[in-house]
Design a protein around this ligand. Structure first.
Ligand code: HEC
Ligand code: HEC
Length: 343
């Protein structure tokens, strides 16, 4: 399904037009009741929280990048500047720039909204100053390159496009290095080792977490039908809104079952503060968990190296695709091959 909007790119500076379009688009999709967007006539000036687009801003700002290497005049013609620009392009149009690494067609910016520059959407501004960092899942120090590689392998399901390990991304792949350059550029001026205050804000408070056996995927499905289908589709495969593709939230083109988003509480924390995109933040802690439980009860590609994870540290309880079956044999492995859907 596609929401048509000709020449949307040309309108990116005119948030008013986009607001009108998004409202009409969401209403036209009519498979669910769209949340209340701000009146198009009073399209907002973008509210910022420090260097980030504030988490309350709606989808009208989805095309904005507070720092954009393609237009930033502080960048020059050097090799480094070229890499930063290339990294930004890879981040915001991953399937266009590196199709072999994003077989499902998702971009990094699908989850790290506004090029990783939006509050409470897993923002990446300043985070490079925190690496190397200990990684619990792998029980070793991770460089920023290791971390980016993991998002390629899991969140982007790069493992779904090849069976040859030598073709998989590594921290020295040119795509990983370019994105590293972009994320490091976003940290310019940040003190090394200073944890940004906006980091780690996509978590639901411990006291509000429901035990997994109290999460109701059926209830989550009803919430999904009411609040998410206008943009993500009844089949979860996502609607095209201008050049933005919402979802796919499950199936062969989604993140694989070894991804952070395949953990129920992690996904709930993302949804709680970023979605529904015309009314972000307006979903309760509880509903975000039910809807996440529904999404992560669905089939998705299998990450083939799950047996290497959590070998030292305790497996988190919400890693449902690990615990649902033997390692490497979770529901994803049973249901979808994870191969490029069009092959
Ligand atoms: C399906 C959603 C999704 C996509 C797509 C995605 N990520 Fe992530 N990313 C996450 C989640 C969730 C986390 C936090 C992981 C956790 O809590 O275990 C994360 C964490 C990160 C971190 C570490 C942030 C920090 O504060 O330590 C970096 C860097 C990163 N991602 C880069 C990328 C890059 C580069 C891409 C594209 C190649 C990408 N991500 C695509 C979901 C995603
Ligand atoms: C008004 C449209 C809209 C609505 C309603 C909406 N989303 Fe989204 N969602 C998007 C768009 C667009 C993106 C991708 C953002 C980007 O690339 O800038 C997205 C991204 C996501 C992501 C990140 C991974 C991905 O597949 O893109 C998740 C998870 C998600 N939405 C879940 C939900 C849930 C759950 C609901 C209902 C509670 C919901 N969304 C409602 C538009 C919407």
């Amino acid at each position: 399904m596609t929401i048509n909007h000709e020449g949307l790119r040309a309108f990116t500076k005119h948030t008013k037009t986009i607001a009108t379009f998004v409202v009409i688009g969401a209403a036209a999709a009519h498979c669910s009741k769209p949340p209340n967007p701000p009146a198009a006539a009073s399209a907002p000036r973008i509210t910022m929280t420090g260097p980030l687009i504030a988490s309350s801003v709606t989808m009208v700002a989805a095309w904005e990048f507070p720092k954009n290497p393609l237009t930033d005049t502080s960048l020059d013609k050097s090799k480094l500047s070229d890499e930063i620009r290339r990294g930004f392009k890879l981040f915001t149009n991953t399937p266009g720039e590196a199709p072999q690494l994003a077989p499902g067609g998702m971009s990094c910016t699908n989850c790290h909204l506004n090029g990783g520059q939006r509050e409470r959407s897993l923002p990446l501004v300043g985070v490079s100053a925190m690496f190397p960092e200990y990684n619990n899942r792998s029980a070793r120090l991770f460089s920023l390159g290791d971390r980016i590689t993991d998002c390629f392998l899991r969140s982007e399901n790069a493992t779904g496009s090849t069976e040859k390990p030598e073709e998989l991304p590594t921290p020295t792949s040119k795509e990983v290095l370019a994105i590293d350059a972009y994320i490091t550029w976003l940290a310019k001026g940040t003190a090394v080792g200073k944890n940004p205050t906006w980091r780690g804000q996509n978590a639901i408070a411990q006291a509000k977490l429901l035990p997994l056996d109290k999460l109701d995927a059926k209830k989550g499905e009803a919430i999904y039908a009411e609040r998410c289908t206008s943009c993500h589709g009844a089949d979860g495969q996502g609607v095209l809104i201008g050049d933005k593709k919402a979802g796919p939230l499950w199936g062969p083109n989604s993140w694989n079952d070894g991804a952070g988003a395949a953990r129920v509480y992690t996904l709930a924390g993302m949804i709680r503060y970023t979605m529904p995109y015309l009314d972000p933040g307006n979903i309760s802690d509880e509903d975000a968990q039910h809807v996440a439980a529904f999404i992560d009860s669905q089939p998705r590609p299998a990450y083939p190296f799950k047996d290497r994870d959590y070998k030292v540290n305790k497996m988190p309880v919400d890693a449902v695709y690990y615990t649902a079956g033997a390692r490497g044999q979770g529901p994803g492995a049973r249901a979808v091959s994870g191969k490029r859907a069009s092959d």
